[in-house]
Design a protein around this ligand. Structure first.
Ligand SMILES: Nc1nc2c(ncn2[C@@H]2O[C@H](COP(=O)(O)OP(=O)(O)O)[C@@H](O)[C@H]2O)c(=O)[nH]1
Ligand SMILES: Nc1ncnc2c1ncn2[C@@H]1O[C@H](COP(=O)(O)OP(=O)(O)O)[C@@H](O)[C@H]1O
Length: 196
């Protein structure tokens, strides 16, 4: 795979890719795999008011912040987008994304639907990719099987998932996460091809 950096022929906004899809579909798994096979892709680390899960480290999966810190980031316009999701807030720090895009690095945001909509408004040329489950039953199986959330939280996320699945048409393209490897290959190809 050739290096994906410094493709100055593409305007900065076109090097921005947004990956969205319902909780449990496999976004984190796909992104982790993609980063292993192609470290040139830069993944934005979001801020969140959610509590860390076992094994999650501050500054790696997320910057874990208090409600007050999140309020301050919003007030200072330091977030490119932000949203409330299943009882917590999540946002993309603006500075690092703009820096990387300015350097010609392909940038990936893994965010939920409301945030994706905000990015579509502010950065019209970003590529929006929807990650879909092979079936509803498989989504339930993955979210439950992950074992990181209580039944109540799983139910809340499944309610949101119905809304997110209904918004698939808003995206430039859909990838069905049957095989992590195949989805990664397809995502990389999309990230490096010009948007038509
Ligand atoms: N809008 C927005 N959504 C985010 C951001 N970071 C993560 N998310 C989304 O928030 C949702 C919940 O994330 P998380 O609690 O980590 O659960 P998980 O994605 O199911 O493992 C997912 O849909 C993420 O894609 C962000 O910076 N902005
Ligand atoms: N293609 C796949 N086939 C089977 N299981 C998968 C696949 N992709 C992800 N998973 C599993 O599904 C669960 C949810 O994946 P995760 O990446 O945490 O989802 P998300 O980040 O979208 O919430 C995890 O247990 C993960 O190992």
């Amino acid at each position: 795979m050739p290096a994906q950096t410094a493709d100055q022929s593409r305007p900065a906004e076109k090097r921005l890719t947004v990956l969205s899809g319902p909780s449990g579909v496999g976004k984190s798994t796909v992104v982790a795999h993609l980063r292993r096979v192609n470290p040139d892709v830069w993944l934005s680390v979001s801020v969140t008011t959610r509590k860390p899960r076992p094994g999650e480290r501050d500054g790696v999966q997320y910057h874990f912040v208090t409600d007050e810190e999140f309020d301050r980031l919003v007030a200072e316009n330091q977030l490119l987008e932000w949203a409330q999701f299943a009882g917590n807030r999540y946002g993309t720090p603006r500075g690092p994304v703009e820096e990387r895009l300015g350097e010609g690095v392909p940038v990936l945001l893994e965010i939920e639907l409301q945030g994706a909509r905000q990015v579509r408004e502010s950065m019209a040329d970003a590529l929006h990719v929807f990650l879909a489950p092979p079936s509803w039953e498989e989504l339930v199986r993955r979210l439950t099987g992950r074992g990181t959330e209580s039944d109540e939280v799983i139910q809340r996320r499944l309610d949101v998932a119905k809304v997110e699945l209904a918004a698939e048409k808003e995206f430039d393209t859909t990838l069905v996460n049957t095989s992590v490897q195949e989805v990664c290959d397809e995502l990389l190809a999309l990230m490096t091809a010009p948007k038509v």
